[in-house]
Structure formats: C-alpha cells, structure tokens
Design a protein around this ligand. Structure first.
Ligand SMILES: Nc1nc2c(ncn2[C@@H]2O[C@H](COP(=O)(O)OP(=O)(O)OP(=O)(O)O)[C@@H](O)[C@H]2O)c(=O)[nH]1
Length: 332
C-alpha cells in the first residue's frame, strides 16, 4: 500500500474562527483518512461525470479509480454498463434515497485500463446516495466477489444432488412446476419421463455400495449429456430420476427415453468383482387437457414406469392419452 502518511490531527476551532491554514490542514487530514479507506467512494454528477474519488486503497479488491476523475462514465465504460450506472445515479437523485445495486465488472471493461487490482471479473455492491444540496451522488463500492462465490456454492448445494449432479427432489419439483406454469398457459406441450435403475438392490449386494454409487454418478452424467438445456433433470429418490421436457409431446418423449435407455444399456463398468452392466426402465407421459398441476403427469409417468417394470424392465412405456393403461392385464 502506498498511501501517504496521515498528517497530525489539526486543532479544531469553531468553524467561524477557522483560518485558511486551519481549514487546509483539516481538509488534508480528512482526505488522508478517507484516502486510507479500503473501499472506494466515488462522487458522480447527474451527467455521469466522476467528480471525485476517495479511498479504494485495497489493491487486492480494487483497481485505482483516481484516474477516472474528470471523465464521464459514458467515455470509460461499455454502453450497457454506463446506461445501467447512470440510471442508478438518476434514481438516487430523483427519489432522494439510497439505491443499492449489485453488478459484475472487469478491469478490462474500464478505460483507461490501468490494471493494478484483482484480475478477472469481480462482483461489486454499490450503495448510492444523493449528496444534500448538490446534483451529485456518493457511490460507495464494496467488492462482494467472495460472498457471491459462497452464495453460489450454497445455492448449488441446496439445489443439486451431490452424487449424480441432478437436481434434488425439492428443486426438481419446483422447476417442473415452473415449466408447467409456463407451458400450460402457452402450448400445453410438456413431457415428463421418470426412470429407475433395474435390480439396483442386487447391484449393491453383489458389487458393493461404492460401486452402486459409481453407477448412479455415471448415470447422472450420461443422462444429463443427452438432454437439452431447458430440460429439467432431478434425482427424485435413491435410484429414481425424473425429467421435465418443455415443448415435447409423448411421442418425442418416448424417442428421448429410448435414446437414454440405450445409452445406459451400453455402459460398461469394470469392478473388482467383474464387469457390470446396468439397465433402466422408463415411463413417459405428456401434459393432458385436464392437468391442473404436475401431480397428474408425474402419477401417469410413474404408472407407465411400473408397467415397464412389469413387462420385463429395460424398456420404455408411454401413457399418452387420458385412458389408464391396464396394468393388471400385464403378466410378470
Ligand atoms: N449405492 C446406493 N444405493 C442406493 C442409494 N439410494 C438407494 N439405494 C439402494 O437402491 C436399492 C433400490 O432397491 P429396490 O427399491 O428394491 O429396487 P431394485 O432392486 O432396483 O428393483 P426394481 O426397481 O424393481 O428393478 C436399495 O437397495 C437402496 O438401498 C444410493 O445413493 N447409493
């Protein structure tokens, strides 16, 4: 850190008796203190001009912002960013109250690129407050990248199943509900596929729980790789999984399910107790005109899966229409 040494605290006579020298000493003292603040404070006018920059001494978290003084944000930032920042300045001034914003910014996006701070894009929080009696704001910047990374990690931990990388049951159902909400109103084309590993208990029994886990992990990867970006994929139970496929009807869901089934069937696991092959049974359905929530499609997909198990496993059954397949007629 190369901040200048702090001048001695000046005596503070009442403002009315403050001589020029006293005032200058006080100003130097206050600027030195503010200059030592780790986080930068910027003074920005309504027109987007950086009027002053104080603090920001922590080079681990900030590039030097002093070179910005006198420049307009329109000259130093990409359009999308300066429009966003200027809007925040205007909101703070027009509403006369604190605006708190979070944004991502990289030193490469700021001209002049005097890059002496952290590398890569950083997350910042801006606390923006109007200055009384002036058409300008103070913009206090805090680097919140570490906090953001932690938040993202916690979010992921609360949404994703650690072993398979699929969404956990709660998050899957939430996302499926959201897909349902969007697609029920628009096109009603949403398919649900559920699947379950065949004879998984005996895989555990013969090869051990660790190999069973390995199977589930690989299965999660293989299925995820076979899906579209807007499909939602979740682990709904021990060896049970489900997929929500927007803009997909039962026929297309069957094609997808069969593709996934074949991909799993082709996997070969080498284990200490020999080669291991796994298969899955799948049930698929589509949204029907009477479905008011996801319970109906999930139930039908489950019933179709049950049928696939009864018919001998390693296959897909589809419940496309409103009529329930006659599961009892099927012989084991
Ligand atoms: N290794 C491992 N096994 C699990 C996990 N979660 C559940 N299981 C096991 O999965 C097995 C599921 O067995 P069942 O419900 O009898 O089903 P199955 O043997 O697959 O038989 P079918 O579904 O009828 O083909 C049980 O033995 C569970 O202990 C897990 O995270 N890891």
């Amino acid at each position: 850190m190369n901040t200048p040494p702090l001048p001695p605290a000046p005596s503070t006579p009442p403002a009315s008796r403050l001589g020029e020298a006293d005032a200058a000493a006080q100003l130097a003292y206050l600027r030195a203190i503010l200059g030592s603040l780790p986080d930068p404070i910027m003074v920005i006018g309504r027109d987007g001009r950086y009027l002053d920059v104080l603090g920001g001494a922590d080079r681990g978290n900030y590039d030097a912002a002093a070179p910005l003084v006198g420049l307009h944000m329109q000259d130093v930032l990409p359009e999308e960013k300066w429009r966003f920042f200027l809007d925040v300045v205007h909101r703070a001034l027009d509403k006369g109250c604190l605006q708190t914003v979070e944004y991502r910014l990289s030193a490469d996006e700021v001209e002049p690129t005097d890059n002496d701070g952290p590398s890569g894009a950083q997350w910042f929080q801006g606390r923006v407050y109007p200055i009384a009696g002036r058409d300008a704001v103070v913009w206090l910047v805090v680097n919140i990248s570490a906090q953001k990374a932690l938040e993202e990690r916690l979010k992921r931990l609360s949404e994703v199943d650690d072993l398979t990388g699929a969404l956990n049951r709660r998050c899957f159902l939430e996302r499926l509900e959201a897909l349902f909400g969007a697609h029920y109103r628009r096109s009603r084309s949403l398919a649900v596929i559920v699947f379950d590993v065949d004879h998984f208990k005996s895989i555990n029994d013969i090869h051990g729980h660790a190999q069973g886990d390995r199977v589930l992990k690989r299965l999660g990867e293989v299925v995820a790789a076979g899906l579209r970006a807007d499909d939602v994929f979740g682990r709904t139970g021990g060896e049970e999984f489900a997929i929500g496929c927007p803009a997909t009807d039962a026929q297309e869901a069957e094609i997808l399910a069969e593709r996934l089934r074949a991909a799993v069937e082709n996997l070969v696991f080498q284990t200490p107790s020999g080669e291991l092959h796994v298969t899955v049974s799948l049930g698929a359905t589509q949204l029907g005109p009477d479905d008011k929530d996801v319970d109906g499609p999930l139930h039908r997909a489950d019933q179709a899966l049950y049928l696939a198990k009864r018919r001998g496993r390693n296959q897909t059954c589809v419940w496309a229409g409103d009529e329930e397949p006659d599961i009892d007629l099927v012989v084991d």
